[in-house]
Design a protein around this ligand. Structure first.
Ligand SMILES: [Zn+2]
Length: 550
């Protein structure tokens, strides 16, 4: 009985854990399983080890939630031969279908773009990791299960999903595994709990995360393992804040543009705006229009509308009891076609526009930014985390101009952030979840956090008397004996790039940079005017070649 860490180890994306039952109690063939099969997104720091077995030999994948960094490589697994079963909750099944089809579209578009850039020279890089057919094939393998019910998967394997309040359908998964000793026939049972992403308490729509009572092993996330969320001030809440921002923007004749993730955050915004309209918090323009401009957000909203009541918190359930849809209100426009999307910016009526992507690096939001960033009446409101390097982050950091669609756009709009909203528990929330165990679990493995977060949280757990480790990809654990079969070190990605993928042209460019540095050092003492001109010219050159994510 083994656990091998594959992805999201000292990193926040690409979640994937491998389990093997080498001597199952029934049958002679080993049983191989995964928990999550996510895509790596954004900055990638460490190399991931490949799966230790062929995709076709994997029998089960437990899926904790629909976010692409937990589910996005499932179609690739299918392409590689996986034909087993994906087990998850019903809302995750529905959301995954939307997100995996979207991921397949993105793969196709990226491959097309790469091909164009490369000309006709064939290269493995320009092939998509998977196609729509792979996504559709995989989707047919997903089975849904209820929360809080223990299922026998086959003799010696049981599991149960528990609502962990991170996203509609999100779950932590308890897995009981039995193995027999091939010589003595003695049976061993071990219980693992994979936390999935742990939600934040007191967030709208979703229930608070539920805790689990017992485990031999806990594999838990640590996204905010070294941080606390900003606390809300006294007498201050999201709805009042949002109403104030909407009112101020619309009254001065501008649009409120909200870059938002299609699944989760968009629905939270709709939930707030329904309350704002119900309570008449924008009294001058009570029936202001609201546009949701993201096909995926529109699909996801219908999943929210159609799914089990068991996913919702008390407030949302009460509304449903009264026959009220908590995500619908007058003058809500769900625009879907490109034409409908374009039409949003052609009339002058001040409006709220919610669009993806949340970090502004892709999608229709970029068109809305193009039309609104230069308008001082408009407001851009961020409602989610903005990673370093994203356009959203640059705007929040106060950029005066940004380059989009090949032109520089002056930023005149008001740039704001709605603090406190987060789909992730902070350090205290993570600790609260872990303290739900009646007895300390035998061993806690800290994953799904960047190095600092994972290590800081591991240190905190050790201080509190837990046996805790933050493994790197490839680390293997004997689950019967609780010993490391292999303890790996992280292999930084950067080294690999430097050794293998540096082209001649790139090497030449780096050489020139060194010469430039030398020349700068030598020009110390030259007249200031000359130095200034030198700097200006360099500035111009750098601007010309700056890489923008269009
Ligand atoms: Zn997530």
């Amino acid at each position: 009985m083994k656990l091998i860490f594959i992805g999201a180890d000292h990193e926040v994306t690409g979640s994937c854990h491998f389990l093997s039952l080498d001597h199952p109690v029934y049958g002679s063939k080993p049983v191989y399983m995964l928990v999550d099969c996510g895509m790596e997104q954004g900055p990638d720091y460490f190399e991931n080890k490949p799966l230790p077995v062929k995709a076709q030999d994997i029998r089960y994948v437990f899926l904790t939630h629909a976010h692409v960094d937990h589910s996005g490589m499932l179609p690739k697994l299918y392409r590689d031969g996986f034909r087993g079963t994906v087990l998850t909750t019903s809302a995750t099944k529905d959301l995954s279908e939307i997100m995996l089809r979207d991921a397949a579209h993105i793969q196709a578009a990226d491959a097309e773009y790469a091909k164009k850039k490369k000309g006709n020279s064939p290269s493995a890089d320009t092939e998509p990791a998977f196609t729509m057919e792979d996504a559709e094939g995989l989707i047919r393998l997903i089975e849904s299960y209820r929360y809080d019910k223990t299922y026998d998967l086959e003799e010696g394997i049981r599991f149960r999903f528990t609502d962990v309040g991170h996203l509609l359908g999100s779950a932590s998964v308890e897995i009981w595994l039995q193995e027999k000793d091939p010589e003595t026939g003695a049976k061993y049972e071990r219980k693992l709990v994979f936390s999935g992403d742990i939600g934040n308490r007191d967030q709208p729509i979703l229930r608070d995360p539920q805790r689990t009572k017992d485990a031999d092993y806990v594999i838990m996330e640590s996204t905010y393992g070294d941080r606390l969320h900003e606390k809300e001030g006294e007498g201050h809440d999201y709805v009042t804040d949002l109403a104030r921002i909407i009112r101020r923007t619309l009254l001065r004749g501008g649009n409120l543009v909200i870059p938002s993730f299609a699944v989760g955050r968009t629905q939270v915004m709709l939930y707030f705006i329904r309350q704002i309209k119900r309570d008449g918090l924008v009294p001058e323009i009570p029936d202001f229009p609201v546009y949701v401009d993201s096909p995926m957000a529109v699909d996801a909203t219908s999943v929210f509308n159609e799914n089990d009541r068991e996913c919702y918190d008390e407030d949302a359930q009460k509304l449903l009891d009264e026959g009220i849809n908590p995500l619908v209100f007058p003058r809500l426009y769900l625009s879907i076609t490109q034409e409908e999307s374009k039409a949003i910016n052609t009339d002058d009526e001040p409006k709220v526009i919610i669009s993806a992507s949340g970090m502004c690096d892709a999608g229709r939001i970029r068109h809305h930014l193009k039309y609104n960033l230069w308008r001082k009446e408009s407001t851009i409101l961020f409602v989610g985390y903005q990673t370093v390097g994203s356009l959203g982050r640059r705007l929040l950091d106060g950029a005066d101009t940004v380059r989009m669609f090949g032109v520089d756009i002056d930023v005149k709009a008001e740039i704001l952030k709605l603090p406190g909203l987060s789909g992730h528990a902070d350090r205290n929330g993570l600790l609260w979840w872990l303290e739900g165990f009646e007895e300390k679990p035998g061993h806690v493995f800290v994953v799904h956090g960047d190095s600092e977060a994972a290590e800081s949280f591991t240190a905190l757990l050790r201080e509190k008397g837990y046996q805790a480790d933050a493994p790197y990809s490839g680390t293997a654990v004997d689950l019967i004996r609780d010993t490391f079969l292999l303890k790996t070190e992280g292999i930084p990605i950067r080294k690999k790039i430097a050794q293998n993928t540096e082209s001649d042209a790139y090497r030449k460019l780096r050489n020139t940079a060194k010469l430039l540095e030398q020349q700068i050092a030598e020009s110390r003492g030259l007249p200031n005017k000359e130095l200034e001109r030198f700097a200006e010219e360099l500035d111009k050159l750098m601007k010309k070649y700056r890489i923008e994510n269009e």
